[in-house]
Design a protein around this ligand. Structure first.
Ligand code: CU
Length: 591
């Protein structure tokens, strides 16, 4: 199914909006942000949409903070009325002309979900990437209702980075974020200033990329009604319209200069692989990546030859060189990643043919750039960026506790499969129940499941200031972006696996699987760590047929935190678990 769909909205018609800046230092570090119903126009030719937004806007204001200068935010829940999103599951996955229902606007015969329609605005705010005390981290069950406030203290004792704040309500994060509850948060520090990087407008531009769908009226015209639509086969929403800073397929006029783009994928589920095209040909050489989730890399990196992959919640700090270009030169940023994303390659040279409605990529456009008159200013890119971190030493890792997590897909009767996790522990010799075996060369390790659901007892108690190795075993067909709250981590390895799961091998808790560290002959993935992933990350893509290992060290705050898949539809349906960071001195007293 490769027919192309006529875009019902003109691309590159709206100017790229830049969210309002809220500079904490200008308000003595004390901010008050209302969470409100608002009216927002996603495209020049769309009617206004009702949204939920921080400050009533989509995206919320970009909060700018300084390293070492704490910020207190009074989050004021002033939401009023029902969720402004129609949530539905269409009765069939494709319409009569075989177009997947996810690629088209409207409800596709789906009935509005009454439970979602009854959601009335309980919220909780999480600062993603924040080194934040547990009380202010936005635990998914600590909600505040309309009319209530939450005053959160953010110490900002962390390096410069692009963070984001968003809704994190247990079970319904996918609807709150989709309704508009997301905004950027930039931390700045002296190291970045020493490097002379662009700071603020016009040359530093945040790009928050999301996807949205809208309703249709009786005459088939697009309404502004936000629609979260899934289908009987796909439990994630992959809406057709890419939105950057709140506009569908916007255009940015640029001077012939070096721009710094702070890019975040804030979509519920969609992974993007971004390619910059000029006259239909990729010009990825114009892009240099200098930072990732938790800020600067040690050295600048090229984006991978296929394009810059960003799964939900991943960030990239990019310098893009438009210098030396004639006014009128035009570029498009395209997405070549079909959905659901499975890591499969797609050559950048083929990007202009990336449209693939059959795989839920009806419109690859992300945004456009047009060069206008201006002084040509090209910045030299320093060869050394961050100096404050290194890969963990073999010594530090030799004694590191290892934790094992399987990412699994559980088949359910009469509803889409459920993507969940199983925390695994080594099975004792006397264990006779189901096991996961992991065979690496001659050695086989047997694991049993210790926890599956969010509410199961906590099994992870990391000790502060010690490295741990978390090994994530993907036993599903999709890439999962796994996010750990609190401190950042480094990716140690990705290794190919083969595995077998018997019928009914994945039950409510128990799991039976045989995993071998070996490449499947049909496996097309590289299972490599890209240069732009060799930084401090808080979200790691775990691809199909792969074990990814990360080294994480929690440093500062003790308490109860969460880790989860950042595909919000997965997180909401149990792909989320707690962990509790502990000071070493308390461990002898833990029963
Ligand atoms: Cu997932």
């Amino acid at each position: 199914m490769t027919q192309t769909l006529a875009a019902p909205l003109a691309p590159f018609a709206d100017a790229l909006p830049v969210p309002r800046r809220l500079v904490a230092a200008e308000q003595n570090g004390r901010l008050s942000v209302p969470i409100r119903v608002g009216a927002h126009r996603f495209h020049r030719d769309l009617p206004e949409s009702v949204i939920w937004g921080y400050d009533g806007t989509v995206p919320g204001p970009t909060i700018e903070a300084e390293r070492g200068q704490p910020v207190t935010v009074q989050w004021r829940n002033e939401l009023d009325g029902a969720l402004p999103v129609v949530v539905t599951t269409a009765p069939v996955a494709a319409d009569t002309s075989s177009v997947p229902v996810q690629c088209v606007p409207g409800l596709s015969g789906g009935v509005p979900d009454q439970n979602a329609a009854a959601l009335a605005g309980h919220t909780v705010v999480h600062l993603h990437g924040g080194l934040t005390p547990a009380s202010y981290d936005g635990w998914a069950e600590n909600l505040f209702a309309p009319g209530q406030d939450a005053v959160f203290h953010y110490p900002m004792g962390q390096r410069a980075a692009l963070l984001w704040y968003h809704d994190h309500v247990m079970g319904v994060t996918r609807f709150g974020v989709y309704a508009g509850l997301a905004g950027l948060w930039i931390i700045r520090d002296q190291r970045e200033r020493q490097l002379g990087l662009p700071e603020g407008p016009p040359f530093e531009v945040p790009l928050l990329i999301q996807d949205r769908n809208f309703g249709l009226d009786d005459s088939g015209r697009l309404t502004g009604q936000l629609v979260h639509k899934t289908d009987p086969e796909v439990m994630e929403a992959f809406p057709p319209f890419t939105v950057v800073n709140g506009k569908v397929w916007p255009l940015l006029e640029v001077q012939p200069a070096t721009y710094r783009f702070r890019v975040l994928n804030g979509s519920n589920a969609r992974t993007y692989r971004l390619v910059l095209l000029r006259d239909g040909e990729p010009e990825l050489h114009r892009i240099t990546q200098i930072g990732t989730d938790h800020g600067l890399l040690r050295t600048p990196a090229r984006v991978p030859p296929d394009g810059l992959v960003l799964a939900s919640a991943e960030r990239a700090d990019l310098l893009v060189d438009f210098s030396g270009l004639e006014p009128g030169s035009e570029f498009t940023l395209l997405n070549t990643a079909a959905a659901p994303f499975d890591g499969a390659p797609f050559p950048a040279a083929n990007a202009r043919g990336a449209a693939d409605p059959g795989r839920m990529l009806p419109y690859p456009h992300v945004m456009g750039f047009r060069v206008v008159e201006g002084p040509a200013t090209r910045r030299e890119i320093p060869g050394e960026l961050a100096t404050d971190y290194r890969p963990p030493s073999p010594d530090a890792l030799a004694s590191a506790p290892r934790r094992t997590i399987a990412l699994v897909e559980r088949e359910l009767e009469g509803e889409p499969n459920m993507l969940t996790m199983r925390e695994l522990v080594i099975a004792g010799d006397d264990h006779t129940g189901p096991v996961v075996t992991v065979t690496d060369d001659e050695q086989t390790t047997r694991y049993r499941a210790a926890a599956a659901h969010f509410e199961d007892a906590t099994t992870f108690f990391p000790v502060l200031d010690r490295y741990e190795i978390w090994q994530l075993i993907n036993l599903t067909d999709d890439t999962h972006p796994i996010h750990v709250h609190l401190d950042p981590f480094q990716i140690l390895s990705r290794r190919p696996i083969r595995y077998q799961i018997p019928d009914h091998g994945i039950e409510d808790l128990a799991i039976t699987a045989a995993v071998t560290l070996d490449r499947d002959p049909d496996d097309k993935l590289g299972h490599t760590i890209d240069d732009n992933e060799r930084g401090l990350k808080d979200t790691v893509r775990v691809n199909p047929n792969e074990i990814a290992e990360i080294a994480v060290r929690f440093t500062t705050y003790s308490g109860r935190y969460m880790y989860h898949c950042h595909i919000l539809e997965h997180e909401d349906r149990d792909m989320m678990r707690p962990f509790v960071t502990m000071p070493a001195e308390l461990m002898p007293f833990m029963a």
